[in-house]
Design a protein around this ligand. Structure first.
Ligand code: PGA
Length: 256
C-alpha cells in the first residue's frame, strides 16, 4: 500500500502575539483544526515565554516547536534555553538559524553547533537557509551552498532523515503572496539544495532531509507552492498569526 507522506506546516509566530491570553486562543484554534487533519503535520512555534503554557499539549498531529535553542545543555549562558529544557516541555521541532536570528549575529558556525545539539537531544531541527537578494550573476547559489555546507558540518548522514531544511529567501519574507517566490523557482531551489547535499554526502543521503519553503506564504499561494514547488512543507510567519487564514491553509494542504 502506498502511504502518502504528510505535509509539514510550521507556524512561526515570531515575537507575537503580545499576551499569553491571545497566544492561548491562537494555539487552541490551530490545534482544533490541525488535530482533525490526517495528511498534515502542524507545528506551532510560539515565543519562548509561552512554551510552558503549551507544555505537553501537542499531539501526534499538532506538535510544539521553538524558534531558537542554545547549543549546550549545561553552560553559563544567561538568557538561553537548552535543548534538554525544550524536550522536557514536550517540544519536538526547533527552528535553527532563522534569518532574523542570523541578522542578530548568528553565524553558520553557531547554526552548526545548534544543529548538532538539537539532534543529540532527539529533537527535529528546522535549519533555515536563504539568500538576502537575487543578483543577476547568480551569486545567490554560492551563498546558499556556503550556508548549507557550513551549517551541516559535522552532521552525520544517519541523522539526515530527522533534519528539515527551510529555504527562505530573505527578500520574500514578510510580504504578501503576490511577492512570494514563484513555485517554479522554489522547485529549482529545492533541487539545488538537494544537489549541494548530494555533492557533499551522496545522492541517497541528499533525498532524506525534508525541504520546506518559507517567505510570504498565505492562503492564496499555499496550494501552488505545495503542489508545484517540490517541497514537503511550509514555514509560515505572519499568516500563522491569523487563525482563520492559517487553519484554511492547513485544510488546503490536507486536501492536496
Ligand atoms: P512570513 O515569514 O511568512 O511572514 O514571510 C516567514 C518566516 O520568516 O519564517
Amino acid at each position: 500500500m502506498h502511504v502518502k507522506k504528510k505535509k509539514l506546516i510550521i507556524a512561526n509566530w515570531k515575537m507575537h502575539p503580545g499576551s499569553a491570553a491571545e497566544a492561548r486562543v491562537l494555539f487552541h484554534k490551530t490545534k482544533l483544526t490541525g488535530g482533525r487533519l490526517d495528511a498534515v503535520e502542524t507545528v506551532v512555534c510560539p515565543p519562548s515565554p509561552y512554551l510552558g503554557l503549551f507544555a505537553h499539549a501537542g499531539t501526534s498531529r499538532v506538535l510544539l516547536g521553538t524558534q531558537n535553542v542554545f547549543w549546550a545543555n549545561s553552560a553559563r549562558a544567561t538568557g538561553e534555553i537548552s535543548p534538554e529544557m525544550l524536550k522536557d516541555l514536550g517540544v519536538s521541532y526547533c527552528i535553527v538559524g532563522h534569518s532574523e536570528r542570523r541578522a542578530l549575529g548568528e553565524t553558520d558556525e553557531i547554526v552548526s553547533k545548534k544543529l548538532k545539539a538539537v539532534l543529540a537531544e532527539g529533537l527535529i531541527p528546522v535549519v533555515c537557509v536563504g539568500e538576502k537578494e537575487r543578483d543577476v550573476e547568480g551569486r545567490y547559489f554560492g551563498i546558499l551552498k556556503t550556508q548549507i555546507t557550513a551549517s551541516f558540518s559535522g552532521t552525520k548522514k544517519a541523522q539526515f532523515r530527522d533534519i528539515c531544511i527551510a529555504y527562505e529567501p530573505l527578500w520574500a519574507i514578510g510580504k504578501s503572496a503576490r511577492e512570494a517566490m514563484e513555485p517554479r523557482v522554489i522547485r529549482e531551489m529545492s533541487i539545488f539544495i538537494q544537489k549541494v547535499l548530494s555533492d557533499l554526502y551522496g545522492a541517497e543521503a541528499a533525498q532524506l532531509p525534508r525541504i520546506l519553503y518559507g517567505g510570504s506564504v498565505e492562503e492564496r499561494n499555499t496550494a501552488p507552492i505545495l503542489s508545484e514547488g517540490g517541497v514537503s512543507g511550509l514555514l509560515v510567519g505572519h499568516a500563522s498569526l491569523n487563525a482563520e487564514e492559517f487553519t484554511k491553509m492547513l485544510k488546503i494542504a490536507n486536501a492536496l
